[in-house]
Design a protein around this ligand. Structure first.
Ligand SMILES: [Fe+2]
Length: 147
């Protein structure tokens, strides 16, 4: 049923957004090197945005009539992005984060098609907002990897 596929997609989006929030905050704490301050602040801006998004996505699931997942166990079963890696240098963190943003972006395109099938305009609006953030963040992260 299309409705269930859309809701499942929202739950995966929630888990991935929470997982990327935690990973970005992990790197905010653990980044080292001469550019420490710049990366520390960049990651802070990003994890705060992701945390706001977590709340918005969970409340959309509730507005659609289902209970929202909200435990580490559920999130780790639903998420499709890898956990934070230990001992990455700053550019390794940047690369890992941008890959996770790309994974989420790709799943957002699939979720948008499901929301269109459902004629669910509000969820489509939420998805477009999330795409805009992830695409902008990929650009900003990848700019650090260019010379
Ligand atoms: Fe902090």
């Amino acid at each position: 049923m299309a409705h269930q596929r859309e809701l499942q997609g929202l739950k995966v989006l929630l888990a991935n957004t929470y997982a990327l929030y935690l990973k970005t905050q992990n790197y905010h704490w653990n980044v080292v090197g001469p550019q420490f301050h710049a990366y520390h602040l960049l990651f802070e801006t990003e994890y705060k945005e992701l945390l706001d998004a977590v709340d918005e996505i969970a409340e959309r699931i509730r507005a659609k009539g289902q209970y929202s997942p909200g435990s580490f166990k559920e999130f780790s079963e639903l998420k499709t992005i890898p956990e934070a890696k230990a001992k990455l240098d700053a550019l390794g963190m940047i690369k890992d984060l941008s890959e996770s943003h790309e994974t989420i972006c790709k799943s957002l395109h699939e979720l948008l098609e499901k929301a269109k099938t459902e004629n669910d305009d509000v969820t489509q609006d939420l998805i477009l907002e999330r795409m805009e953030f992830h695409e902008k963040t990929i650009w900003m992260l990848k700019s650090h990897l260019q010379h």
